[in-house]
Design a binder for this molecule. Structure first.
Ligand SMILES: Cc1cc2nc3c(=O)[nH]c(=O)nc-3n(C[C@H](O)[C@H](O)[C@H](O)COP(=O)(O)O)c2cc1C
Length: 353
């Protein structure tokens, strides 16, 4: 299906294509969800696993940023993801950066974006999810909410900004993510510094209603910075680390101005960060960055990730990719003779040189 639509969508500018797909899917509402659940069923039960005590249907989840406002929250589980992350949302609704702010590089299978957290605000997301849950919606998988700082909030008031957002969404989220790693909000990445991060983490935990809290890190931190952030996360009570966000490096990508690079060129660096954080960070890791195949997932798991996420590959390959990767992983688990996904993952790590 996506193979038929892609040439048309790729003739449109990326944001128009995004709006079109979201508009049609949202308009079709429950019908689209129901139809999708017939054609692309849930992951093979052999793939059931967990991260930081959170049971997921399969190891591949949707990364933050695609569905910032959760408008398709009811749709993603039926695409075949094992878990879904919504957001980034901020305390203040905001329009994001001027367009153009999203660029595709099909030959490199990469995206560059400087969206700048365009979103309706954490309160609106909370209300939307609450209304659906109260009406009986049960996603059957974890729904995470990723939180960022509002652009207009001064950096020295960041803690309060995250606290407000958390209070608006905690009751309807299964896990929360502190995003201090997007490159498109001035000063945001400075909040990865230990002192700043400690304050934000304490505030999110205070209002988080006991939901697991993850910290999402940038691939542009050096080893020392990464491990310092992990130390604060671990001692401060975070459940895990998400590694990584987009990079400000541009290996071989034409210049389109500032922004974060994602997709295939990010894969190597994300893998390195996952390996370091898993080995020395002392917390469970969700790996993300450049994943587009079962081999890529396997490499992330071998490097120490518990589960993984993707975004960019969905744009280049369409939603069919999710079922394809999960099916291939299920085949590998069964073929290995391992009784469970967790046993298979443990075997991958043990085999590593
Ligand atoms: C257009 C776009 C918008 C994104 N927005 C967010 C965001 O709002 N919050 C966030 O934590 N990550 C955001 N990301 C980063 C992704 O969640 C992910 O960490 C990164 O793209 C690497 O994964 P990928 O190579 O599979 O895309 C965004 C990525 C893209 C491409």
């Amino acid at each position: 299906m996506y193979a038929l639509l892609k040439p048309l969508l790729f003739r449109l500018d990326p944001e128009t294509a995004h709006r079109l797909v979201f508009g049609v899917t949202e308009g079709a509402g429950g019908l689209a969800g129901a139809a999708m659940s017939v054609v692309s069923s849930r992951p093979d039960p052999v793939l059931e696993t967990s991260v930081a005590g959170l049971a997921v249907r399969g190891p591949l989840g949707l990364a933050a940023g695609l569905d910032k406002n959760g408008s398709l929250a009811r749709f993603w589980p039926s695409v075949g993801f094992g878990f879904t992350e919504l957001g980034t949302v901020t305390a203040l609704p905001q329009p994001g950066n001027p367009k153009p702010r999203l660029f595709r590089f099909p030959a490199e299978r990469a995206l560059v974006n400087r969206m700048g957290f365009n979103n309706d605000g954490a309160e609106a997301l909370g209300e939307r999810l609450r209304a659906w849950r109260e009406a009986g919606w049960s996603p059957g998988q974890p729904i995470g909410v990723n939180l960022g700082k509002s652009k207009l909030t001064p950096l020295d008031e960041a803690v309060d900004d995250y606290r407000k957002s958390t209070a608006w969404v905690a009751d309807v989220a299964d896990y929360l993510v502190i995003n201090v790693s997007s490159p498109n909000t001035p000063g945001l990445r400075g909040l990865q510094d230990p002192e700043q991060l400690a304050g934000i983490l304490a505030a999110v935990l205070e209002k988080g209603e006991g939901k697991p809290v993850f910290v999402k890190l940038a691939p542009d931190l050096d080893d020392e910075g990464l491990l310092a952030a992990c130390e604060v996360a671990r001692t401060g009570g975070a459940a895990g680390i998400i590694a990584t966000n987009t990079t400000i490096e541009r290996p071989g990508i034409p210049d389109v101005g500032p922004g974060g690079l994602s997709g295939r060129p990010l894969r190597g660096r994300s893998l390195e960060v996952v390996r370091l954080v898993a080995e020395e960070g002392g917390l469970p890791v969700i790996g993300v960055g450049g994943i587009e195949s079962a081999d890529d997932v396997e490499a992330m798991l071998a490097a120490g990730a518990e589960v993984v996420q993707l975004y960019s590959a969905l744009i280049f390959n369409g939603p069919e990719l999710i079922g394809k990767i999960h099916n291939e992983l299920a085949r590998r688990v069964r073929e290995s003779g391992a009784a469970t996904f967790d046993d298979w993952r443990a075997g991958l790590r043990a085999e590593r040189p």
